[in-house]
Design a protein. Structure first.
Length: 299
């Protein structure tokens, strides 16, 4: 096995956590995979993998080597794509990190369409709300709501999502229905704070063409979008949330919209990726597909 094949094998073992699954994915015998990694470790003079009966994990040296391997293999794929017909039919691994709600409600229900269009792109998707290090973790693209804060990344606006203010009928029966944003001071809200910023976000409205923010008190705060909606369903208070996240609950009557005469400014959602002089064809076609998907959904 040559050095290039050994690097491919090593990255697959790390990603799949198994010699057997990696060997199967590359269609080689498991014994060949074991021998190749042994030769690689001897050549480097370092142990790359921790082996247990249940799992294979990279050592600290192995994790550093894995990150370098991903960049090398990605650069090689990009170089081949730039000089071949792969520009029209890109191939290789595309690592994504998607906010959970966007993954489950918008992107993944349609992901087969992307696969049918670009069958040689292999998707590796993580999900969550945390702030990721795209370069350090080898992630090609993330989808996030809110105003992008990292100026070192390229941000492609996908949509401006309409927001609603709503609460459970139980909460509104107990506390009343606000008729003007200024009445929010007498209400309770479910607080939402970013994982990396210990602050509660205020409610925002467009009043006379200008965005105005209103602080709302409350006794509970969360930093997870799913928990945010669940707290509202449980009667904990008002929430301000993109409509697509709660459409089903609004239709069923489990949540009720208030302050409909006072529009929210909308929440931007963007695709972010590291700046490269030559944008990877895989990232390019995925972001273009995303843009069309969000335009179809949100206009």
């Amino acid at each position: 096995m040559d050095r290039f094949d050994a690097l491919q094998l090593f990255t697959r073992i790390v990603e799949l956590g198994s010699f057997t699954r990696a060997a199967g994915a590359l269609d080689i015998p498991r014994a060949t995979a074991t021998h190749a990694i042994k030769m690689l470790e001897e050549r480097l003079g370092a142990r790359l993998l921790e082996r247990t009966t249940r799992q294979v994990r990279p050592t600290p040296d192995g994790q550093v080597f894995y990150e370098r391997c991903k960049r090398i293999l990605g650069d090689l794929d990009d170089a081949e794509s730039a000089l071949s017909t792969a520009m029209a039919n890109p191939r290789g691994s595309l690592r994504l990190d998607l906010h959970g709600a966007h993954a489950n409600l918008i992107i993944l229900p349609r992901i087969q369409e992307f696969h049918r269009r670009y069958p040689q792109i292999e998707l590796v998707i993580s999900s969550g709300d945390r702030l990721v290090d795209l370069v350090g973790e080898g992630i090609d693209c993330v989808v996030r709501a809110g105003q992008p804060r990292d100026s070192s990344l390229v941000a492609r606006r996908l949509a401006l999502m309409p927001e609603v203010v709503c609460a459970s009928p139980d909460y509104l029966d107990r506390h009343g229905r606000p008729r003007h944003p200024e009445e929010l001071a007498a209400h309770q809200a479910v607080g939402f704070f970013s994982s990396n910023h210990d602050i509660r976000y205020p409610f925002s409205f467009l009043i006379d063409g200008e965005m105005t923010k209103f602080e709302v008190g409350g006794w509970i705060s969360v930093n997870d979008a799913e928990c945010y909606s669940t707290c509202a369903l449980s009667g904990c208070g008002l929430i301000q949330v993109p409509r697509f996240r709660v459409e089903e609950h609004l239709r069923s009557g489990r949540l009720e919209e208030v302050l409909t005469e006072w529009p929210s400014p909308g929440l931007p959602v963007s695709a972010l990726y590291p700046y490269h002089r030559q944008l990877s064809p895989r990232v390019r076609v995925f972001v273009e597909w995303l843009s069309a998907l969000y335009a179809e959904r949100f206009g």
